[in-house]
Design a protein around this ligand. Structure first.
Ligand code: DSN
Length: 442
């Protein structure tokens, strides 16, 4: 109310975004809806404070309550993930991962991670990321069946002798083989860092095995399946401590003063709230429902004739391979789904025949829809709508030539914008959404 009376321009934009979140189905696997309690901590006076350093060791006065908040967040994270040391200050996942390099590697060191277009993350050594510029990156890949090629990981590790190996992905639908990665890392004396940003909520809720008994370091964002604010954490495990007693200090120094300045204390407080929520029995039910929903959506999509990478899912995510309709069609599907209020993202598929900008797949996930209370019946409905959307756009081609492609995209956008069939589906989507309120949005 205060914002609306003071800044009409901004509050009008926010109202439109609120309506978009409320009236559409969010299927981007890295997004979620936080609770009203997390929102309250985020939008609080804690944003007013500077607190460089760590609890009990700050560079500014007046941090007695901020110390309590950060210690609370650390304790809750240690208890939830069963680790001896946690840093809750990373601004987000990318700086958290960069800090791991700073803590474990000299500049130019050899590192290994899952190739970006095979489902890895930019910060696992992709060539345009600082992690691929300042370190010598040796990427590993997935096999044609979509599973991580562990034989290749072992071979490359023995050849390249990396200092650090990453496991964890942004587009991988099967259980992460943490134990096999640990075996390979041990064989070559490398640090193993597990980036569980996508699956942290599933790990916390017992719906995915934990990397904690295997990796030396675990990083995660806090805003995906963990359902907290936009932030991150770095955890050092007992295995990490056994490998290097100084690892906690090295990680802490890498975050501050290595990479960051003052922590975002309002985010730290909201992380503490989210960790508390994630420790409750309801969160175990939530994480189990995320996976059950993903499996239900996979079943329906397959029944409707879609091809899924690996033929299904073990986690919160699905990767739809649209190559049967032609290469590079992820963008068409994403935009047509947007038109009906279903938000997903175009994504490369294993052996991508097109490009990262015009990929041949679409990535879907169930964490946000599950938070709203949608269950398997709604997943079946969504699968049905997706099949109708696919039919509606099947006739469109995406030429390789840039000029022809731009012309085709323009025509495509005009056609889907005027499609009565898509409008009708969009109305059905809105009707469904009204039955499933979004936390924090009335
Ligand atoms: N942007 C995140 C995702 O969508 O998976 C990764 O950082």
């Amino acid at each position: 109310m205060i914002l609306a009376s003071q800044d009409l321009e901004l509050s009008a934009i926010m109202a439109r975004e609120r309506a978009r979140q409320r009236d559409g189905i969010e299927l981007i696997p890295s997004e979620n809806y936080v609770s009203a309690a997390v929102l309250e901590a985020m939008g609080s006076i804690l944003t007013n404070k500077y607190s460089e350093g760590y609890p009990g060791r700050r560079y500014y006065g007046g941090n007695e309550h901020i110390d309590e908040i950060e210690r609370l967040a650390q304790r809750r994270a240690r208890d939830l993930f069963h680790v001896p040391h946690v840093n809750v200050q990373p601004y987000s996942g990318s700086p958290a991962n960069l800090a791991v390099y700073l803590a474990t590697c000299e500049p130019g060191a050899v590192i290994m991670g899952q190739n970006l277009t095979d489902g890895g993350h930019l910060t696992h050594g992709w060539k345009v990321s600082a992690t691929g510029i300042f370190y010598r990156s040796v990427p590993y890949h997935v096999r044609p069946d979509g599973l991580i090629d562990l034989d290749e990981v072992r071979r490359l590790a023995h050849e390249a002798r990396p200092r650090l190996i990453w496991c964890g992905a942004t587009a991988y639908v099967r259980e992460m083989p943490f134990a096999q990665f640990a075996e390979i890392a041990d064989e070559v004396g490398a640090y193993l860092a597990a980036d569980i940003a996508h699956i942290a909520g599933l790990v916390a809720g017992g719906a995915h095995p934990s990397p904690v008994g295997h990796a030396h370091i675990v990083t995660t964002t806090t805003h995906k399946t963990l359902r907290g604010p936009r932030g991150a954490m770095i955890m050092v495990t007992d295995r990490g401590l056994a490998k290097d007693r100084q690892l906690p200090e090295k990680v802490d120094r890498a975050i501050f003063p290595g990479l960051q300045g003052g922590p975002h204390d309002h985010t730290t407080a909201a992380i503490a709230v989210a960790l508390n929520e994630a420790s409750r029995p309801e969160f175990r039910d939530y994480s189990a429902a995320i996976v059950a929903n993903a499996r239900a959506l996979a079943r329906e999509l397959i029944r409707m004739g879609f091809t899924l990478v690996t033929g299904g899912t073990d986690n919160h995510m699905l990767l739809v391979d649209l190559t049967p309709d032609g290469a590079g069609r992820g963008v068409l599907m994403q935009e047509a789904l947007d038109e009906v209020g279903i938000t997903a993202n175009k994504n490369t598929i294993p052996g991508e025949p097109s490009s990262a900008f015009y990929p041949s797949g679409v990535r879907l996930g169930t964490p946000a829809a599950t938070t709203r209370g949608m269950r398997e019946a709604e997943m079946a409905q969504i699968g049905g709508w997706m099949a109708q959307v696919r039919e509606e756009i099947r006739k469109f081609l995406l030429p390789e030539d840039r000029v022809a492609r731009n012309r085709a995209l323009k025509e495509f956008r005009a056609t889907i914008g005027a499609s009565p069939r898509l409008k009708a589906i969009g109305e059905e989507v809105r009707v469904l959404c009204r039955r499933f309120p979004v936390p924090g949005i009335s």
